[in-house]
Design a protein around this ligand. Structure first.
Ligand code: CU
Length: 189
């Protein structure tokens, strides 16, 4: 009871009890920790992190709630699928089959001399990404968990946990490439 607050009525200057100071420091420390964790999480696109994903119009460019799946970490992938992008504006193989709920790492190689990219999603996500590419610098538009930019020679990886059965698409949204046929289908069953 030595630390109990003294009553101001007694005429003494009201002193802040030590336990109140300790509590204050504790709260500040917890708040700091929360802020640090939020900043760290915001700086990466791990599983289930859909913050900050929108195109130039502010519309969401997220897979959340669509059943198309989520970004995942490579450790969770049971297998990898090799994808080759090239300057004849094709991506091979022409179709990919995965199981609903399966986590796959795409190992995408740019075999051409031009920049390509690899975006996975349903038709709507592909259209959104095309919009984003048209309105943003390439570097910004690729701050997305379902898309990677590929410099010539780059092998890059994108791990995706597929959602429900359906038909998805992978393709390249460098200007003109997608419409020229640089996209193929992913069958999720
Ligand atoms: Cu391309």
């Amino acid at each position: 009871m030595n630390d109990s607050p003294r009553s101001p009525v007694s005429g003494d200057r009201p002193a802040t009890p030590r336990w109140v100071k300790g509590l204050g420091i504790g709260i500040v420390a917890v708040l700091l920790l929360v802020v640090i964790v939020m900043v760290l999480n915001g700086g990466q696109h791990g599983p289930g992190m859909h913050t900050g994903m929108s195109d130039a119009t502010g519309r969401p460019c997220s897979a959340a709630g669509r059943g198309t799946g989520d970004p995942a970490v490579a450790d969770q992938a049971a297998r990898s699928i090799d994808i080759i992008a090239n300057d004849s504006l094709t991506v091979a193989p022409y179709s990919v089959s995965v199981a609903a709920g399966e986590t796959v790492t795409f190992v995408v190689t740019n075999a051409g001399r031009n920049v390509h990219e690899f975006t996975v999603g349903d038709e709507a996500m592909q259209r959104e990404h095309a919009d984003a590419m048209a309105h943003m610098p390439a570097a910004m538009s690729h701050e997305l968990p379902n898309s990677i930019a590929l410099q010539p020679g780059d092998p890059k990886r994108l791990t995706w946990r597929f959602g429900q059965a359906g038909s998805l698409v992978f393709g390249c949204h460098e200007p003109g490439h997608y419409d020229a046929g640089m996209h193929d289908s992913i069958s999720v069953s």
